[in-house]
Design a protein around this ligand. Sequence first.
Ligand code: ADP
Ligand code: ZN
Length: 704
Amino acid sequence: MITSELLHETLKDNFGFEKFRPNQEKIINSILTGKDALAIMPTGGGKSICFQLPALLLPGLTIVISPLIALMKDQVDSLKANGIEACYINSSQSSSEQQEHIENIISHKNKLVYVAPESLSYLENTFNQVTISLIAIDEAHCISSWGHDFRPAYTNLGYLKKRFPSTPILALTATADKATRQDISQQLNLTNPVISISSFDRKNLSLEVRPALDRVQQIIDFIEHKPNDCGIVYCLSRKTTEELADKLQKRGISAKAYHAGLDNNTRAKTQDEFINDDCQVVCATIAFGMGIDKSNVRWVIHYNLPKNIEGYYQEIGRAGRDGLPSETVLFESYGDVIQLQKFAAQGLNSEVQLSKLERMKQYADAVSCRRKILLSYFGEIVTENCGNCDVCKNPPAFFDGTILAQKALSAIIRLKESEALPVIVDFLRGSRNAYILEKGYENLKTYGVGTDVSWYDWNQYVIQLINQGYCEIAFHLKNQIKLTPLAHEVLFNGEKVQLTTIQKEIPDKANGKESKAIKPKKDSLFEKLRTLRYEISKRDKVPAYVIFSDAVLREIESHRPMSEEELIAIDGVGKAKLEKYGDVFIDAVIEFQKAKIVKQKKASTTYKETFKMLENGLSVEEIALQRNLGISTVMSHIAKLYEDGADIDLSNFVSTKEVQRIAKAKIFLESPTALKPYFDYFEEEISYDKIRLSLSIIAKKENI
Ligand code: ADP
Ligand code: ZN
C-alpha cells in the first residue's frame, strides 16, 4: 500500500522537495493504481516528477518518450545529480554505448530510459526481457495534427497500448485546447484516462507590455540592471536576432543569436552555452526553447508581437521554472501588427490566424489585468486582479480626449481616408516634409491643428482610436486609415471619447530608486553561492541549475544552513545532493558568516576609535586628518555611533530646523534607503553629511 507519507518521503529523499505542486500527487496516484492518465500542465508546472517518482516505486522499467535529444540529456543529468540511475537511447550513440545502457536496463540498474519515438526500435528486444511498468509520453501534443508542433514519428505510438495492454500510459503536455486533448487520448488508445488539468496561472511571472519606442536601448537598460540574470529575447526575423545580438555584444553583454538558418553546430553550441550559464542572453526566433529545461531563465522579452497567445504563453513560460519571480516584457509596435497581419492573411487557415492575432493584439492593448485576459483565453476564469502585471501595478489614467479625437478624425477625412498613420500625424503636426508639400496638404483645413502634441503622442492617440474602433487600418490598401461609423458619432453627434494618458518614461529609467534596488550585490552570499555552483558545474560537466536551482540558493541565503541537518531542511535539497555537494555549500556559508563577523568587528573598532577622539574634544576635521579618513567617513561613524546609543550631541553638526525639513522630505519621498533622493529633493542645498545625521536622529526618535 503506497501512502501519501511514502510519496512525500520519496519526493524529499530523491528530489529534495518538501511538497508536491498542484496535481502532481493526483497524477502519481492514478499511475500507481495502474490507470492511464493525461496530464495537462503549463510549462514549468512540474511534469517530470509525475513519471520520475513513480518510476522509483514501480518494480519494472519506465520508458519516457521525448522528442528532443537535448531535453533527454538534461533530464538524465538532473536525475543522476539526484542519485537516480537513468539513461537515454538515441541514434547518435555508438552501438557499444547503446549496448551498455541496454545491459543496465536488463539488470535493473536503470529504472528509467528516455527514448525518441524514432529510436524505439532499438529497444525492441530489450522490451522482451524486462517488465515495463510505465510508459510516459512527454510533449504528447506532438501526436496531434491539431497541435502546433506535430511530429510524424509520434503517430506510431498508438501501438504501445496494444503491445503493453496492462502497462499504464501517462501522456503529458502543456497544450490545453480540447481538440488536441481528445486527439491525444484517442491516438494513444488510452483507456478511460484520468485527466488532470492544472491551472495555467504562473504567478511568479510578471507581465508587462511596452510601446516599441527605442526597443534596443530599452533592452540594453533592462539587461544592464540585471547583469547576472539570463534571459531570452524572441524576435520575429532571423535578421533581427543577429542584429540585436550584435548590438548587445557591442555593449559588452554576452549575447548570441539563434535561429533555424544557422548550422547545427552553431545552434547546439549556443544552446549549451546558455544552459551552462556561459552566455547570458539568446536573441532567438521561436525555433529556440523547446529543448530547454533551464530552470533559471530570469526573464523573457518579446522584441516583436507574437502571432498568437498560445505561442506567447509558451515562450514566456520558459522564464522562472524554479518558481522565483521572473520578468516578461512584450514590445508592441504598430509596424509589427501590420506585418503579422499580412503574413496571416497570406498563410494557410488565414481566418483563424487573423483572429488569433487579433486576440494577441487585444491582450497587448489591454487596459485591465493582463493575467485575467491570458487565463480566460485558456478557459480559466479568475475574478481577482493579479497585482503582478503592468496594468495592475500602474492602472491607466483616462482623460476626455474628445477634442484630440475630433482633430485626428477630421484630418483623416481631409486626407480622403487615403493615407497611412505616419502621414496623418505629420499632417496634424503641420510638418513641411517633402511628401506633404508635394501633395499640397499644407493647404487643406485641419493641417497643423495639433502642433502642441508631440509626434509620438499623436501616434499613440491615433492607435488608441483604432483600438477603440473609431477608425481602422486597411491592410490591403497600403495601410490607409479609414473611418468607421463610430467616428461619425464623435464628429457630428457629440459622442465623448476617453483616451489614456501616455506614459513617457520607460519604467526602468523612470524610477531610479527601483532600478538601483534590483542591482545585485556583488558580495552577497547568493552571488558567492552562484559562483561556487558555476565552478562545480564546470568540474562535473553538468548545467549549473542541475546542481541546485536558483530557488535553492535563495533559500540557503536566507536560512544560512551551517550543518547537514540544516541544509537538508531546505526545499530542493535531497539526500544525493546533500552527500555530493553538502560540504562545499555548508563551508561556503560558514566562511561567509565568519567574514561577516570579522568585518563587523573591524567596523566596531574603527567606530570606537572615532568615539574616543570625539570624547577627547577633537573636531571632525582633526579626526579625519589624524586617522587619514575622509570627513564624510568620520561623519558616517558619528551617525552610526549615535544610532547605536553613544552619547553624542549632534546639534553641533545639524540644526533642529534642518532635521525637521528632512523629516518632512522623508515622508514625501516615502523613506528611500539611499541619500541621493534627499540631496536631489533639496536641490543640493543640504549636504550629504547633514542628511545622514538627520536620518539617524529621526530613526532614533522613531524607534523610541
Ligand atoms: P515542465 O516539464 O512541466 O515544464 P519540470 O518538470 O521541468 O516542468 O519542472 C519545472 C521546475 O519545477 C523544475 O526546476 C523542477 O525541479 C521544479 N519542481 C517540480 N516539482 C516540484 C516540487 N514539487 N517542488 C518544488 N519544485 C518542483
Ligand atoms: Zn494584473
